[in-house]
Design a binder for this molecule. Structure first.
Ligand code: SDX
Length: 430
């Protein structure tokens, strides 16, 4: 296609022509990287209309509710792939061959244990520390234990660090849970699947045999798949920005975990379940719907709305089916599901939510499934972080693989005081 241009009229009868870049899917972008030469910057708090990078990993069409990972629809991946299969796809760009898959799984299993000294690191936390605070701290501390994989300019270091993070995140996540309930840590059991091993480390105790429930194992793996990556969301953008300074991979992933923790982002699944419990019964839903509409009330309907999706979040659709499957299979009759289903029905009919295109998002159903599996609310975002680690790594790797990448350094619109002279203590007001 002929080089498309956008012409920007500037103050003072000046103007500049800016190149328009086209991707393989989605909106065109206006390349403003040369705009600074005119003495102007753009202003876009929250990056509502700003592409921060080129990426080939995930495509989202918010209007149509489409989510592709390397071109494959999430609906197909969620039902036909498994999490490690998806990890290979996200990182390397293609589905693994049978041999590649076997080798990838074997390598992941080689790294599931953590350095034994890490056990002492946990001892410094109070038992009532939130699991996310432990996950954030321990992940950042990994750079103190794995100093042979910190050089981000060394491809082999990047590869080993990526495997260590994917392999050890379930082990560390389960340790956060065990520590918070005062139970002994459980070593990984590599004869189990990735999801099965996580459930084993979460729920087995030395005094009894633990058998992984295949329905729960499949639901857990599907939750991992559905949370694996989501383009340039807040936590992924945080990892990219941290990585652009050359920070080590463990520090970058710890930064992503910190950003994900917010209730507007990955903390929404925990907040959503707490909200359903606060609503308690179907007859109290209207009261909360009114609060969500009230501009003076900070209350938001957690699990609803999305910066990009102005249609059903395709992950929520798959999660909804899985939610019913798991609750039926486990014969769980959870009154919160009744509240959730009625809340969804009302919200999808209510003018406020319809006009603002606020649909249930990925977090709306995941909490109900995890609660049915026996996972405490405080662990929901930990599991989101466990799953999203591969997405963060894929984007971190993609950025470092791109020749000429620079440190991220946004500008600002300064609205502070103009220059003024210092006032000594002696001359100040009493
Ligand atoms: C995730 O980015 C990603 O991809 C994130 C994620 C991922 O996989 O990484 O998908 C995971 O973070 C999902 C989102 C989880 N968060 C929640 O469920 C928290 C509740 N949702 C809201 O906080 C909110 O919807 C956000 C933060 C998700 C999006 O916020 P925006 O961008 O401000 O939403 P918007 O611009 O579309 O809002 C439009 C209007 C606004 O009102 P007006 O200023 O136009 O009057 O709708 C209102 C918002 O105030 N609104 C809500 C609402 N969400 C938006 N009102 C009530 N309840 C809500 N949930």
């Amino acid at each position: 296609m002929a080089d498309m241009k956008a012409k920007l009229e500037l103050p003072g009868n000046d103007s500049i022509e800016l190149p328009v870049k086209q991707g393989s899917l989605g909106q065109d972008v206006i390349d403003i990287s040369k705009l600074g030469s005119t003495g102007h910057f753009t202003y876009d708090p929250g990056f509502l209309a700003t592409a921060s990078c080129e990426s080939a990993i995930t495509f989202i069409d918010g209007g149509k509710g489409i989510l592709l990972h390397r071109g494959y629809p999430i609906e197909q991946l969620a039902t036909e792939s498994d999490y490690l299969d998806l990890c290979f796809l996200l990182i390397y760009g293609e589905l693994p061959t049978k041999t590649q898959y076997k080798e990838f799984v074997a390598t992941v299993k080689n790294h599931t244990m953590v350095h034994e000294q890490l056990v002492h690191f946990f001892r410094g936390f109070r038992r009532d520390a939130h699991p996310m605070s432990m996950l954030c701290g321990v992940t950042g501390a990994l750079s103190a234990f794995y100093q042979d994989s910190l050089d981000v300019h060394d491809k082999q270091h990047r590869r080993i660090a990526a495997f260590r993070l994917i392999s050890k995140m379930p082990t560390i996540a389960a340790m956060c849970y065990k520590y918070s309930i005062g139970q002994p840590f459980v070593y990984p059991q590599n004869s189990l699947s990735y999801a099965g091993n996580f459930l084993h480390m979460m729920f087995s105790v030395p005094s009894e045999e633990y058998k992984v429930n295949p329905i729960v194992e499949k639901a857990m793996d599907r939750i991992f798949i559905l949370h694996a990556d989501h383009e340039q969301n807040a936590s992924t953008s945080t990892v990219r920005l941290a990585g652009s300074s050359g920070a080590n991979p463990f520090a970058c992933i710890a930064a992503g975990i910190a950003s994900l923790w917010g209730p507007a982002h990955g903390g929404a699944n925990e907040a959503c379940l707490n909200m359903l419990e606060e609503i308690g019964t179907v007859d109290r839903i209207p009261e909360f719907i009114e609060r969500a509409k009230d501009k003076d009330d900070p209350f938001r309907l957690m699990g609803f709305g999305h910066r990009v999706y102005k249609n059903f979040d395709p992950r929520a659709k798959v999660m909804r089916e899985t939610c019913h499957e798991v609750l039926d299979e486990l014969k769980v009759n959870d009154p919160l599901l009744d509240v959730a289903m009625e809340l969804e029905r009302i919200a999808l009919e209510d003018e406020y939510f319809v006009s603002k295109k606020l649909y249930p998002n990925v977090d709306f159903y995941s909490g109900l499934i995890m609660k049915a599996i026996g996972i405490p609310t405080s662990m929901f975002t930990v599991i989101f972080a466990l799953s999203r680690t591969v997405g963060w790594i894929a984007h971190w790797k993609e950025m470092l693989d791109q020749p000429g990448h620079k440190i991220g350094r946004p500008r600002q619109l300064y609205t502070g005081k103009t220059e003024r002279d210092f006032i000594s203590h002696a001359d100040r007001q009493p």
